[in-house]
Each structure stands twice: as C-alpha cells, then as structure tokens.
Design a protein. Sequence first.
Length: 59
Amino acid sequence: MAGLKDTHEVLSNRESGYGRYDIMIVPKNKANPGLMLEFKTVRDENAEFMAAAQQAITQ
C-alpha cells in the first residue's frame, strides 16, 4: 500500500465493531477507484471461511 501514497490516501479505522471498515483506500483523483477492506479471522478455514466471508459482506 506504500506504493499508493502519490495517488491514494490509506486510512486505518482505529474503531472496531459492526459497520466499520478496517482499511479504506481513497483516491486523490475521484475518477480513480477506491477500496474498503474488512478483515476477518477463522480458526477452521474449511468450516468457517464462507460464513466469515458472508459476515464481512453483510457488514
């Protein structure tokens, strides 16, 4: 993400909880795309991965 510093602003959300992003990548030129990233962890990737992914999408 350090390579984006000229074209984007990278923001980390210190607050945690439902409805809050973990990292937001905001373009300095609004014509360019941006990203909002939500991270989830799972202990058993086979059993819990899809449920965690769906929770992140819902959030």
